[in-house]
Design a binder for this molecule. Structure first.
Ligand code: NDP
Ligand code: 2IT
Length: 447
């Protein structure tokens, strides 16, 4: 049976030579579902893996826009509709200069299993552009978003494909994208999630990924009869996911000592307090400035230029920035310094070498597709509210989010036990997610 996985992986690597991140994500999933494939030969008999590694479709397009100097600029746009077996395609849009087909394909592939784990009827997709929103004026962002949607609207719809935010795409960008969609279609429908409160958005959606990542960590701790009080935590990133991860950790009684951006890390040994976090959120979300300012503002905090947080001692680490930000050596350092839990707010932030280090050392390790599923789960709740023409209260959405994260944890944990590797959440998440998608594909004739 392992021959089957090896054979498919060989083809994937051969066919997608230019897409290392995509090949990495596929290898991680396929490797860890070997025990299931052994028990259920039907997946090989029906060539499910070959179907699963090929996106339903990939759309690439030119995005043409004017900058403030009147210069006509061009970027490349993407939407990969990866797998629609369990529901309409669902997944974020990323605007970052590093975006290419490999990045969008790996994110789309991960999204398929993540969405399946939520238990909600959502297929997986991802999109974005190599557009760099940094240092662009508000008007430039608006013109770019409008041009992006001019093409994207042909391929999305509330029952077809429902994009949302990701790196570089937050409430402001979703507003401009949604405004353009509405103008073209003359329809006020749930075609995007992450919309603003008051024009179709859901309460708690901005918080959901960060909160969910902490809820998942809390469940992992509970298995070992522990909680957050008194634990020291490091967080990477200082964007949407990192901010609300920090907020929830503080609420749970943990001490957070780092946050970062692509320029470097701030280390605050006294701990980031609620007041300091509020200041940081204003700095990042309103003034759109760099995290280095934090160390100038708060005495005792230091800025480590060009450094990640992973050599700062902690009990728990929350990578919330980007893919492959924890390498094998970082993981070794974390373990050596006493880290016992890693909950991934970002998508695929740990390299395969790093993951092996965590698993070997029995670190409570929550892979992104399980630990950060709270964001897309809450997007699913936003779609439900839109379909009902209703708003739910903050408490109601948060309770549903909490329940979904609990049930994702329990699906992963129970599956890991069933396959004789208790607390291996990589095996648990990949097998539980795969089974739901693969069984739906079979029922639908693999489409
Ligand atoms: P934001 O754009 O709000 O924030 C991204 C943060 O990560 C910023 O601090 C950014 O720093 C940093 N970052 C981005 N790229 C790099 C890089 N190459 N190296 C170092 N730091 C980097 O994005 P989000 O918070 O929404 O997303 C963060 C992660 O969470 C991503 O992996 C995303 O895919 C994942 N995620 C997001 C969800 C959501 O609902 N938003 C849901 C599930 C997962 P800088 O400002 O310097 O670029
Ligand atoms: O990676 C992710 O799950 C997201 N960026 C959120 C996707 C969504 O549709 O809310």
């Amino acid at each position: 049976m392992s021959d089957y996985v090896d054979h498919v992986l060989e083809h994937v690597n051969q066919k997608n030579k230019e897409e290392p991140e995509f090949c990495q994500a596929v290898a991680e999933v396929l490797d860890s579902i070997r025990p299931l494939l052994k028990r259920n030969p039907v997946y090989e008999e029906k060539s499910i893996l070959e179907h699963l590694v090929e996106p339903d479709r990939t759309i690439m397009f030119r995005v043409s826009w004017f900058d403030d100097k009147g210069v006509h600029r061009v970027n490349r746009g993407y939407r990969v509709q990866f797998n629609g077996a369990v529901g309409p395609y669902k997944g974020g849009l990323r605007f970052h200069p590093s975006v290419n087909l490999s990045i969008i394909s790996f994110l789309g592939f991960e999204q398929v299993f993540k969405n399946a784990l939520t238990g909600l009827p959502m297929g997986g997709g991802k999109g974005g552009s190599n557009f760099d929103p940094k240092d662009k004026s508000d008007n430039e962002i608006m013109r770019f978003c409008q041009s992006f949607m001019l093409e994207l609207q042909k391929h999305v719809g509330p029952h077809m494909d429902v994009p949302a935010g990701d790196i570089g795409v937050g409430g402001r960008e979703i507003g401009y994208l949604y405004g353009m969609y509405k103008r073209i279609k003359n329809e006020h429908v749930g075609v995007l999630t992450g919309k603003g409160w008051g024009w179709g958005g859901s309460l708690i959606r901005p918080e959901a990924t960060g909160y969910g990542c902490v809820y998942f960590a809390e469940e992992m701790l509970a298995v070992r009869k522990r909680d957050f009080s008194g634990l020291t935590c490091t967080i990477s990133g200082s964007g949407n996911v990192a901010q609300y991860c920090c907020e929830k950790l503080l609420e749970k009684g943990a001490k957070v000592v780092t946050m970062s951006d692509s320029g470097g890390t701030i280390y605050d040994p006294a701990g980031i307090t609620t007041e300091k976090l509020a200041w940081l959120m204003e700095l990042k979300n309103v003034k759109r400035k760099r995290i280095s300012e934090y160390a100038k503002k708060f005495a005792g905090a230091e800025y480590r230029e060009g450094k990640t947080p992973w050599n700062i001692p902690c009990d728990c680490a929350f990578p919330c920035a980007t893919q492959n930000e924890i390498c094998g050596a970082d993981a070794e350092t974390l373990v050596k310094n006493g880290c016992v839990l890693v909950s991934e707010g970002a998508n695929m932030p740990t390299t395969p070498e790093g993951v092996n280090v965590f698993l070997k050392n029995k670190v409570m390790y929550g892979p992104g597709k399980a630990a950060n599923a709270g964001g897309v789960a809450c997007s699913g709740l936003e779609m439900s509210q839109n379909a009902q023409m209703m708003y739910w209260t903050r408490e109601e959405v948060d309770r549903k989010l909490r329940d979904i994260m609990k049930s994702i944890h329990s699906a992963c944990y129970e599956t890991s036990k069933k396959f004789d590797c208790p607390e291996n959440y990589v095996v648990g998440a990949n097998i539980a997610g795969f089974q739901r998608v693969a069984d739906a594909m079979i029922a639908l004739g693999h489409i």
